[in-house]
Structures are given as structure tokens and as C-alpha cells.
Design a protein around this ligand. Structure first.
Ligand code: GRF
Length: 203
């Protein structure tokens, strides 16, 4: 069975969308581990509720960032994951981590990359900037993770209208519900069904 490791930092609604699609049979995969850098992340509760291994690994448990990343790499390698999913994971990891999973890491970003992405663009900030710019359409992107933030090959995108009177909060909620929670499971399903083709593209 295709094994997924999910890294989270917050509420876990994107994790929940993957759990739901696996449980309704849309995605043929197992989430074998959920890891958060934040011990209070509600995403960990969501995982436990569905009988999925959920643990906190964060840099304060280690002497330095390298040891933290080594622990993360060891844990995911031991779980024998076929795919690492950053689902609202807010820690920037080094090229060493990324090359340890050569092209098998994806991320969900709450904008239509290349707009509103890169260093400092995460969470509500993305939607604040979209509203400040006055864009009429925004959305979400699933992409492969490379060393540069939010810069890897795009796998899926979905557009969402910006509505009159939107606040960053109302826009974030709509983008999550109408875009993120749709394209992240779809992207995972696409990867599972196109592994050999993707191997060529990504190698
Ligand atoms: C989502 O908006 C995601 O795009 C961004 O962080 C948020 C995480 O939400 N990276 P959740 O933890 O999946 O609910």
C-alpha cells in the first residue's frame, strides 16, 4: 500500500481532507505517520482520532537544527514513506532534508503560485497581501518541494473568486474549503496513479 507521511503545524484541515478521501476509498493509500513541530497542533488530535500515529518532533528537543532534521529524516525513512506531504507545515527545512526524499515531497500553498509565495508568505499573510493587491481571483497550489520556498514543479491549482467585503479570514476559509481541501487529495491520487511517469519527470 502507498505510504504517506504528513508534516503539520496547525489545525490539520488539509490533513483531514486526506484522511477523509482515504476513508471514502477515493485515495488508495495509508497515512503511516503524522508529525508536528507543534505539540499543541490540533492536527495531531485529528490523526489520533483516526488511529494514525501522531507525534511531535521539534527542534527544541535537539542540540541544533541538523540534529532535528536528522531525527525527522530517520523517522520518515523508518516509516518507509513513499510520499511526504507538507500540510500546513511551517518549518523551513534544508536541502539535506529535501534531497533525502528526492522529489517525493509535496506542499499545499494558499495562493496561485507564483503570486503571493516565497519567504514570509504563509497563513493569513498570503490573503492579506492578495486583498491589498486587489486581485479578483486567488486560489491554492500543490507543488513538489525543492530547496527554494514554494518554487518546485506545480502539480495542481484551483482558482477561487475574491468577493466584495472579503477579509483575510473569510478569504482564507474559502480558499481552504473550495481549493486546498480539493486539490491536495487530488494531487496525491494523481501521484499514486502516475508514479512511474513522475519518476522520469523528477529524476
Ligand atoms: C493552510 O491554509 C495551508 O495552505 C497553509 O497553512 C494552512 C494550514 O491549515 N500552508 P491546516 O493546518 O491544514 O488546517
Amino acid at each position: 500500500m502507498f505510504k504517506i507521511g504528513v508534516l503539520v503545524s496547525g489545525g490539520g484541515t488539509n490533513l483531514q481532507s486526506i484522511i477523509d478521501r482515504i476513508e471514502d476509498g477515493t485515495i488508495e493509500a495509508d497515512i503511516v505517520t503524522v508529525v508536528s513541530n507543534n505539540k499543541n497542533a490540533f492536527a495531531l488530535e485529528r490523526a489520533k482520532k483516526h488511529g494514525i500515529q501522531a507525534l511531535c518532533i521539534n527542534k527544541h528537543q535537539f542540540m541544533n537544527a541538523d540534529e532535528y532534521e536528522d531525527a525527522l529524516i530517520r523517522h520518515l525513512k523508518a516509516a518507509n514513506v513513499d510520499l511526504v506531504v507538507f500540510a500546513g507545515f511551517l518549518v523551513i527545512l534544508s536541502e539535506r532534508f529535501i534531497s533525502a526524499f528526492e522529489g517525493k515531497i509535496i506542499n499545499i500553498h494558499p495562493s496561485l503560485i507564483p503570486s503571493f509565495c516565497g519567504k514570509g508568505f504563509y497563513g493569513l499573510k498570503v490573503h492579506e497581501e492578495a486583498l491589498k493587491k486587489g486581485v479578483k481571483v486567488t486560489g491554492a497550489t500543490v507543488h513538489f518541494v525543492v530547496a527554494e520556498a514554494d518554487a518546485g514543479p506545480i502539480i495542481a491549482q484551483k482558482a477561487v473568486d475574491v468577493l466584495e467585503g472579503d477579509t483575510p479570514e473569510t478569504l482564507q476559509k474559502r480558499v481552504m474549503l473550495q481549493a486546498e481541501h480539493v486539490i491536495l487529495p487530488e494531487a496525491i491520487d494523481y501521484i499514486i496513479k502516475n508514479q512511474s511517469k513522475l519518476q522520469e519527470v523528477l529524476s
